[in-house]
Ligand binder design. Structure first.
Ligand code: URA
Length: 235
């Protein structure tokens, strides 16, 4: 149980003053190590067997991927991190500058807020699995292009199949629209339960923490989304 002062700190970071914690069974963490640099790895593009790769095969494939042009400007591909048996899978858009440098998703300022959001509902980073729609940073953090998403999609699909989460939390418009194959604005995608893929994994949409840093008044809605996610995950 987190001490109340720390929880208060996380809630404050989220802009939340009052909340009610729900009970949840916890599963042991199996932390993934940060991705090593891809320098020197032989270039490989996605192909049909991604759907049968195990964790290590998948990771190697991602780190060596040259399927779209983003490999030319990345420092390294950012595979994913966290508990490979997680109940919750968090899916963001693409690595930013800090993630590209460190080889781990959500480690910059937005990542710190994401950690606070998770803490506020009694989860920490080691308990969930975190990945992005794109594994490589788009230059200048521009939006992912459709062909980049298409090339990268089998990797995320395989990550979801391997984790088999009870819930996917899609953070931000780009993640939500791509996972749900929708052009609807985020305001229409949040606030209800969706499902992803052949397994119909329950999926809930919320704001991207980078957006919440710019628009702190929206944190209240993000809090509602997290409550919905808890409900959908059965916690
Ligand atoms: N934003 C994302 O969507 N993903 C990251 O990993 C970092 C920032």
């Amino acid at each position: 149980m987190m001490d109340p002062q720390r929880r208060h700190h996380y809630l404050q970071a989220m802009g939340i003053v009052r909340w009610q914690r729900r009970g949840r069974a916890e599963r042991p963490a199996e932390p993934d190590c940060p991705a090593p640099r891809a320098d020197g790895a032989s270039p490989v593009a996605p192909d049909d067997d991604i759907g049968v790769l195990d964790w290590e095969g998948l990771r190697e494939r991602v780190l060596a991927c040259t399927a779209c042009d983003l490999y030319r400007t990345r420092t390294q591909a950012v595979f994913g991190v966290g508990n490979r048996n997680a109940d919750w899978m968090i899916v963001g858009e693409a690595p930013g500058a800090e993630e590209d440098r460190r080889g781990e998703p959500f480690v910059g300022r937005a990542g710190q807020l994401l950690d606070s959001m998770l803490h506020a509902i009694g989860l920490d980073r080691q308990q969930v699995y975190i990945a992005n729609v794109l594994k490589c940073r788009p230059p200048n953090n521009r939006d992912p292009r459709p062909e980049e998403v298409e090339q990268c999609e089998p990797y995320l699909r395989r990550q979801v199949a391997l984790v088999r989460p009870r819930l996917i939390l899609a953070v931000g418009r780009v993640a939500a629209q791509n996972l749900l194959k929708s052009n609807a604005p985020l305001s229409r995608l949040r606030g209800r339960r969706h499902s992803y893929g052949e397994e119909a994994t329950p999926l809930v949409v919320t704001y991207h923490p980078a957006y919440l840093l710019r628009s702190p008044l929206e944190k209240r809605k993000a809090w509602q989304d997290l409550q919905l996610a808890l409900e959908v995950a059965g916690r």
